[in-house]
Design a protein around this ligand. Structure first.
Ligand code: ZN
Ligand code: ZN
Length: 336
């Protein structure tokens, strides 16, 4: 990892990027963005709940002659702990407004009211899809629960809502209520975890349900590609110019993945874990069995997102009466 990154970067148009630490995580940091508005500053995302994150936020504000009392509102792109964890601390410190999409507020309540029960249910679901826990370390490291807290929003933002200089764009997929924010001053899009570069955002199925998260995600990518944004301000990595080009790359990646999955099914893979085991992983193309246990669970959840997307289109059928749940190419979709 590069040493000594500056804490903040002034990006012009009254936008400041603050790199908040993710200590111990390979991502390194998350970008929060401060935007100067008529009535004060808008903060988008806030890092997880930890003393070093709070200190970095205060130091970042101070670098630009500001304090927490100048922050008028906190907007959350989605309720993953690295984006939302510190929200309760900031509300108690006096930030008057906390806003997010209603679908992510529902998800936060489902995950965080009893996080251990939620983790056990996710483990059980992945196991039902053929995954054998070896280390029994479970899905989420315990520390995650200490880095977030359930904090009620003061406002819920629907698609198209204007908040100061920003316009909310509902982009479900990475989470059900993920929001991007289009800045009407600079024309740039705050992409949260929806569009990242070079990381491929995670889209996974972690519970038993008939939803089509990947279909939602692909439609959201098409929407973002067509919105005419002048550049991306992502939550991880550095800002980049070509939002539509990166969205097209991610769509092409998923189409390629889909072909690999159909090939694996045609060659006899049955469960989501069988399929995941037949695929190359990460940019290096690592074999499934060389991944750490937690990453193998993520791989199965991502494979399930593809399988459910194919099922939603009638290309794949599933038999949930057996354990593990089995998938097969639908007869009418088979090649002759
Ligand atoms: Zn996320
Ligand atoms: Zn994130």
């Amino acid at each position: 990892m590069a040493a000594e990154r500056p804490l903040t970067a002034a990006l012009g148009d009254g936008i400041v990027q603050i790199r908040l630490p993710m200590t111990g995580n390979p991502m390194g940091y998350i970008n929060a963005y401060l935007l100067q508005d008529d009535d004060g500053w808008t903060l988008v995302d806030c890092g997880w709940k930890a003393a070093d994150v709070f200190a970095a936020l205060e130091a970042g504000l101070a670098e630009h002659g500001r304090a927490l009392s100048d922050v008028r509102r906190l907007l959350i792109t989605h309720v993953h702990f690295d984006h939302y964890g510190l929200a309760g601390t900031l509300r108690r410190a006096g930030v008057p407004v906390l806003a997010m999409h209603p679908r992510d507020w529902e998800m936060a309540q489902r995950h965080l009211t009893d996080p251990d029960a939620f983790d056990r249910a996710a483990d059980a679901w992945i196991a039902r899809n053929g995954f054998e826990l070896i280390d029994a370390e479970g899905f989420v490291d315990e520390l995650q629960h200490h880095r977030t807290e359930l904090t009620r929003p003061t406002e819920l933002l629907e698609d198209g809502a204007d908040v100061g200089r920003l316009r909310a764009m509902w982009t479900p997929g990475h989470t059900p209520g993920h929001l991007c924010f289009l800045d009407r001053v600079s024309g740039k899009l705050l992409t949260g975890d929806h569009v990242l570069d070079p990381v491929t955002p995670h889209v996974g199925i972690w519970h038993d349900g008939r939803g089509d998260a990947l279909g939602d995600y692909e439609r959201s990518l098409e929407r973002v590609a067509a919105c005419g944004a002048a550049g991306a301000l992502p939550a991880h990595g550095e800002p980049f110019a070509d939002v539509a080009g990166r969205a097209a790359e991610l769509l092409a990646h998923h189409r390629h993945r889909e072909r690999q999955i159909l090939y694996a099914l045609e060659r006899g893979a049955g469960s989501a874990t069988d399929v995941a085991r037949a695929l190359p992983w990460r940019r290096r193309g690592d074999p499934f069995d060389q991944l750490q246990e937690m990453h193998r669970q993520f791989a199965v959840a991502e494979t399930l997102a593809h399988l459910q997307h194919l099922e939603a289109q009638g290309i794949v059928v599933r038999d949930a009466a057996v354990t593990p749940i089995r998938y097969a190419v639908a007869e009418r979709a088979q090649r002759v």
